[in-house]
Design a protein around this ligand. Structure first.
Ligand SMILES: *Cc1c(COP(=O)(O)O)cnc(C)c1O
Length: 239
């Protein structure tokens, strides 16, 4: 396998963010680049960090804990972006700054209880099943406000926004629809629960980052285009 040039890849992704922001008259500072580091060794995160990358997204609790133990000397902002089981919430409550994939009240209740009072509140995005597919993760749009209100009542958590992983579509127009719907839902939440910041739209990955930014993304989650292709076997083993 050729050595992946993480620094060059990061530069290229940053340039894409700047270009997409210019195209829709947005401030490039309004988009946070989240480097999705699942299946990558701690050394790759260290390399990216040395190149100015501070936000990292992990999908699997055990894997994340192992890497965190090797990177305690770095001031990394850790985001948990994968499905979270109830018996694994403690690690996220104690060792992460963000959770993007909240879809059930029970998980929020556990996180709220387990978050130490000495820590700042855990930043939360609610994951929306924006395509309304029965098999997919996330809360359905119809149940979003109810979940948001219940989570809003819990201490030690800070509701920041929404996350979605829309299915790939044939063309840009179709691909924009779920992003625009997610942006609309965020606007609704702002009026219904104005005491929370609601400043985060976590959407867009390597393949659809530009469209997501055009539709208002404030956090893009990029794995492949920073670290290179993942080994398919890893994803299969972990799924
Ligand atoms: C893997 C993953 C990404 C990154 O996907 P790429 O296509 O590799 O950029 C983003 N978000 C989530 C939730 C992921 O699991």
């Amino acid at each position: 396998m050729p050595k992946v040039e993480i620094s060059e890849n990061l530069n290229r992704v940053r340039k894409r963010i700047t270009t997409s922001c210019a195209a829709c008259a947005r401030d490039p500072q309004s988009v946070t680049l989240l480097a999705v580091s699942k299946s990558r060794p701690a050394q790759d995160l260290r390399t990216a960090f040395a190149w100015g990358q501070q936000h990292f997204g992990e999908n699997y609790v055990q894997e994340a804990v192992e890497k965190q133990a090797q990177l305690t000397d770095l001031d990394i902002c850790w985001h948990f972006i994968g499905p979270l089981q109830a018996n694994k919430t403690r690690v996220v409550a104690e060792q992460f700054h963000w959770l993007h994939s909240l879809e059930r009240l029970k998980i929020a209740q556990r996180l709220s209880t387990q978050r130490k009072h000495s820590m700042p509140p855990l930043n939360m995005c609610l994951q929306v099943n924006i395509d309304n597919e029965p098999s997919k993760s996330g809360v359905n749009a119809d149940n979003l406000i109810t979940l948001a209100k219940a989570v809003a009542a819990l201490p030690n958590l800070r509701l920041r926004g929404l996350m979605a992983l829309p299915a790939p579509q044939q063309n840009a127009t179709a691909q924009s629809q779920p992003f625009l719907r997610l942006a609309q839902l965020l606007t609704q939440l702002r009026t219904q629960l104005p005491q929370h910041p609601w400043d985060t739209l976590s959407m867009g990955m390597s393949a659809d980052m530009e469209l997501a930014i055009a539709c208002g993304a404030t956090t893009v989650r990029i794995g492949t285009d920073i670290f290179g292709p993942r080994q398919a076997q890893h994803d299969l083993l972990r799924s």
